[in-house]
Write a protein that binds this ligand. Sequence first.
Ligand SMILES: [Zn+2]
Length: 315
Amino acid sequence: METNQPGQARAIHPGQTCAVARDIIIEGRVAYAVGERVVVEAVVPDAQRPQYKYVTLSRALQKRFALSDADIVSLEAVPAQAAPAQPQASAPLTQNWKAWTLAAGLAALAIIVVVTGIVMFHGGATTSKATGAVVCLDPGHGGNDTGALENGVAEKDVNLDIALRTKGLLEAKGYRVVMTRVSDQAVSLAQRCAIANSSHAAVLVSIHNNARPPDVQGTTTYYCSGSEDGAQLAGDVQRNVVAKISRPDRGTRESHLYMVRNVSMPSALLEGVFLSNKEEAWLITDVGFRTKIAEGTAAGIEDYIRAAGAAKTQP
Ligand SMILES: [Zn+2]
């Protein structure tokens, strides 16, 4: 495959839509998530470096930032036939999206290989060092999609809060965390799965809260029907969350939910508590309670990854 030399004839132009090649952490948050499409607002050539910098607006932070060649890949620069080998999840994503994800991933890899040396030499961009396994967290809903709206609580808000707390706990232990969203934004299920699948995460955990009927309470964790690893992960998350928040244990369940069905790694979908239940809705407005859900989720993920690692190193 032709490698794309940064800053040469294929330079990216203002107004062009590009894809972010890897998570860009700025000010301690994911400013740009891998796979996110960005519109280049200005191209700023740097006399010190042969490559260009591309300036765009981070949707997550609502600020303008410069990205380098190592950070973004032009969709137009993606070679059409560069879609070999990698086994993909048998996802009913649209063919276009699937092909784009694959091609963008491969092109991104090529560009990163070419540019990483230059970037590191100049000490320019953030070179995020993975100290542990990668975990993908998916805060359910967002933007126009509020999720459950019960007892004055919007599910999208508490899901995001719990996910961000889980992220902090995991990062403190050396895991690298990829988020499908970090703010109140609409992200389609297909996009979420594409982010997870291109993140090379060891696991995906989707964070939700339940609703209806109002007399029902407690915690449930779903996993993809037939997935042994998924069942294990869901069991670890469920056990730890229930231990932390002491709500009724509704157990783990097989499911055909989109998020657990269309990702290539073991996955689980937590339904923390029932927002339609007055007591549980009241509980979740408390930051301490949301922190406990996050602690349980992080502990469950850790239990699973530790056990999976141990199984791998067995003779
Ligand atoms: Zn939900």
